[in-house]
Design a protein around this ligand. Structure first.
Ligand code: HEC
Length: 367
């Protein structure tokens, strides 16, 4: 009798355990006592930000790649410097792996020879020369000597004088040897990043008589920031004004800063947005909207040719077309306002074709 009772209890427990495990979501990690322990609080490129339980449930972001733009001034994502961010494609030689404790599972005994063909991505400008000079004097003079004659103090003391001809080899090969070392010279990959290694090479080449070219290419590019950079700095200006917490002053102190969207193509006289030709601008805008929770204001403007009423409608429709693109791609319509001003707010003169072209524009502001 008693045994029977125990059997029943045991069967009951087994059954309830079986049932609970059947209904359990097998993808669930179970109850989260300390979410931080398996969901990193740090910004990570491929975490699904739509799904962080207890903190965020954002269906617009859910199951989408969350790789965001890096904070301003950290990793160069656009512009000149990006070409130095890819990993170096040449492997160390077997000897270097052994003798210089380079922790690489792979090695190549051909890459040193092949590196001679690698192009130098850097122009020998004054800026690069000057940066290279500082680095050369810090890391190389001790052996190679101030003028590259191989008579540095350390080299003299240890009788390991590098030949002056060390600096006449092709740039790609210099880069290889600076990265992985050569003979008694150690690897410098951890002291100098790729850009700095090329800057040192610039300086060495100038020492050997290579001409220095003007800096203008880089300054032109810096003068015109990309759309992504422009949007990021709009963000900064908005958050600054927020942090003062003086709401009343916003209207009084002029308008929020705006940015003209370049590269939007509409059919002439209509609000038909050519999504293919405008792709670069639209995608950058979309990425931007996915990377934050701010509200975007799209303002359409025209030049003063034609009927003022029609212009007003056209500018509003064009701004709305950009909004439609964003909402079709998952951005909440509540986060976008669109408005048309027609020709009432010209950015330049309407007397020249150039000025009129500047006046036909769509601007963005961030709230
Ligand atoms: C500890 C002394 C020492 C330091 C520091 C040093 N080098 Fe060297 N370097 C040498 C010696 C010795 C050689 C010749 C190696 C050989 O061919 O065996 C050499 C060779 C080279 C070569 C020719 C490599 C080749 O493939 O033939 C280059 C280029 C070079 N060094 C650049 C640099 C630069 C740039 C720096 C500073 C970032 C630097 N070295 C720092 C000692 C040094």
């Amino acid at each position: 009798m008693k045994m029977n009772y125990i059997h029943k209890i045991t069967a009951g427990i087994v059954l309830s355990l079986a049932l609970t495990s059947c209904f359990k979501d097998e993808n669930s990690a179970g109850y989260e006592y300390m979410p931080d322990m398996y969901r990193s609080p740090a910004i990570e490129a491929y975490v699904d930000y739509g799904e962080i339980r207890g903190w965020q449930q954002d269906t617009a972001l859910m199951n989408k790649q969350s790789s965001l733009l890096p904070p301003m001034g950290t990793i160069p994502f656009v512009g000149e410097d990006t070409k130095y961010n890819l990993p170096y494609h040449r492997l160390p030689s077997e000897n270097m792996v052994k003798s210089h404790s380079i922790s690489s599972l792979e090695f190549s005994n051909e890459d040193y020879g092949l590196s001679a063909e690698d192009p130098n991505p850097m122009k020998l400008t004054q800026t690069n020369h000057d940066k290279g000079e500082v680095l050369y004097n810090r890391y190389c003079t001790s052996c190679h000597g101030e003028k590259g004659q191989g008579d540095g103090k350390v080299a003299n003391n240890e009788s390991i004088n590098p030949p002056a001809s060390a600096f006449t080899i092709p740039d790609g090969r210099k880069f290889y040897s600076i990265t992985y070392g050569r003979g008694v010279m150690g690897a410098h990959a951890s002291q100098l990043n790729q850009k700095e290694r090329w800057q040192v090479i610039s300086y060495i080449n100038a020492m050997n008589g290579a001409p220095i070219v003007a800096d203008e290419v880089e300054t032109v590019e810096e003068a015109k920031p990309s759309l992504a950079e422009g949007l990021a700095s709009l963000m900064n200006t908005t958050s600054n004004s927020d942090s003062h917490g003086e709401h009343g002053t916003e209207e009084g102190h002029g308008e929020a800063q705006s940015l003209a969207l370049e590269g939007l193509v509409f059919a002439t006289g209509s609000a038909n947005l050519d999504e293919e030709k405008s792709a670069a601008t639209l995608e950058t805008l979309l990425e931007f909207m996915k990377s934050n929770h701010k509200t975007l204001i799209l303002e359409g403007h025209t030049d003063n040719t034609g009927n003022a009423g029609a212009n007003l409608k056209l500018s509003g429709d064009r701004a709305a077309a950009v909004k439609t693109y964003l909402t079709h791609n998952g951005i909440d319509a509540k986060r976008i306002e669109s408005i048309g001003f027609g020709s009432t707010k010209p950015a330049a003169t309407n007397d020249t074709e150039e000025g009129r072209a500047q006046n036909r524009r769509t601007e963005v502001k961030i709230k």
